[in-house]
Design a protein around this ligand. Structure first.
Ligand SMILES: NC(=O)C1=CN([C@@H]2O[C@H](COP(=O)(O)OP(=O)(O)OC[C@H]3O[C@@H](n4cnc5c(N)ncnc54)[C@H](O)[C@@H]3O)[C@@H](O)[C@H]2O)C=CC1
Ligand SMILES: CC(C)CC(=O)C(=O)O
Ligand SMILES: [Mg+2]
Length: 368
């Protein structure tokens, strides 16, 4: 298998975690006989610094020629005073829109080895395995008009969805739910207040008729924030709009032990975009403290979805379980009062995973 991968490292911890994912991909390539061709491209603050724009044209054009795009994170405090349309984050929103992927898949799994690293009690998180399907191209992040009228001392953002936009992401979520053991879909909205949400619910119910084997429920987003923390095991696929999905999926970092553990894949467009769900973490950037696991699991999603490399993806996911069970912890998942932990930095976590991935793949190849 040959994959051309646009490498959009971005800002802050982005380049640090992307490097570890590349090392793991290289290990997969070496053992599995695949070639991964990387195209490093600037985005976010790195794009602003080099070319005055968070999405240089070269980045977009070259990404469009690739089989997949792997992104770290964007954002830097030095740009905080810029208007939203000029900030690093605007580059990410623009590339998402241009690539066209509308379904952002964000799995959140409670790893057994991290049971004592979550502030939630073990019996609450044990076995939790959620797949968020977040609509990525609509809602408040893209709706027009949007402005801050400083003279009128008033600002607008617009939540807008078409029925077609809801339908296409709902279909992806139902397809996923239909293939999972629990076959349950929870659609999250704010239908007691918002017309967008009332329409969302109407469309989801229509699509549900095509999936009689999937159990459907609707939840309001405010109480859902509580249900997610008090009974995460009751959920399977969670379908929601852009902003609600952004917030709830970050919240699921509590279930997994850290935001740094969470991967994502965006599908449905011209080129799939793979990114961990966390941001550029300026508070820990450049210190070797970043957890690369979310990005490494993101690379596994890329191999599975864009490369059809199921064994290789599983080899990475198993390596993550093994490294955690052996007690290795970056600072974000290191707990006080827990025995058997070994503190590691970003690079050592990456190296341990490279070795485990190589061993896992060699074992599965020799078993063939
Ligand atoms: N996809 C992207 O590129 C995203 C970019 N951002 C941007 O990132 C910047 C920082 O935003 P924040 O709200 O602080 O969110 P953040 O996700 O960057 O960080 C939140 C907290 O989680 C920690 N954290 C995040 N990723 C981690 C990792 N891999 N390992 C260990 N700890 C990790 C950070 O140290 C911080 O304490 C902002 O400029 C924001 O706009 C935020 C979210 C997504
Ligand atoms: C544009 C991004 C900064 C929004 C975000 O936080 C995300 O997509 O997770
Ligand atoms: Mg976010």
């Amino acid at each position: 298998m040959h994959l051309r991968i646009a490498l959009l490292a971005g800002d802050g911890i982005g380049p640090e975690v992307i490097q570890e994912a590349v090392n793991v991909l290289d290990a997969v390539g070496e053992v599995g006989g695949h070639t991964f061709e990387y195209m490093p491209l600037l985005i976010g603050g790195a794009g602003i610094d080099a070319h005055g724009t968070p999405l240089p044209n070269e980045t977009l054009q070259k990404t469009l020629t690739c089989d997949a795009a792997l992104l770290g994170a964007v954002g830097d405090n030095k740009f905080n005073k810029l208007a939203p349309s000029e900030r690093p984050e605007a580059g990410l929103l623009k590339i998402r829109a241009e690539l066209g992927g509308f379904a952002n898949l964000r799995p959140a799994i409670a790893y057994k080895a991290l049971a004592n690293n979550s502030p939630l009690r073990h019996e609450i998180t044990e076995g939790a395995d959620i797949m968020f399907v977040r609509e990525l191209l609509g809602g408040l992040y893209f709706g027009e008009p949007r402005l801050w009228d400083k003279q009128l001392r008033r600002a607008h953002n617009t939540m807008v969805y078409t029925q077609d936009e809801v339908e296409r992401v709902a279909r992806i979520a139902f397809d996923i739910a239909a293939k999972r053991p629990k076959k349950k879909l929870t659609s999250v909205d704010k239908a007691n207040v918002l017309e967008c949400s009332q329409m969302w619910r109407f469309v989801v119910d229509q699509v549900a008729n095509e999936y009689p084997n999937v159990t459907v429920e609707h939840q309001l987003v405010d109480s859902m924030a509580i249900h997610l923390m008090t009974r995460p095991r009751d959920f399977d696929v969670i379908l929601t709009e852009n902003l609600f999905g952004d917030i709830l999926s970050d919240e699921s970092g509590v279930i997994t032990g850290s935001l740094g553990m969470l991967p994502s894949a965006t599908v449905g467009g011209k080129v799939n975009l793979y990114e961990p769900i966390h941001g550029s973490a300026p508070d820990i950037a450049g210190q070797g403290k970043a957890n690369p696991i979310g990005t490494i699991l993101t690379a596994a999603m890329m191999l599975r979805i864009s490369g059809g490399l199921e064994t290789e993806a599983k080899g990475i996911e198993d390596a993550v379980v093994q490294v955690l069970e052996a007690g290795y912890r970056t600072p974000d998942i290191l707990s006080r009062n827990v025995d058997g932990q070994h503190a590691v930095d970003t690079q050592l976590m990456g190296r341990l995973l490279v070795d485990l991935v190589k061993a896992n793949l060699a074992a599965s190849l020799s078993a063939l």
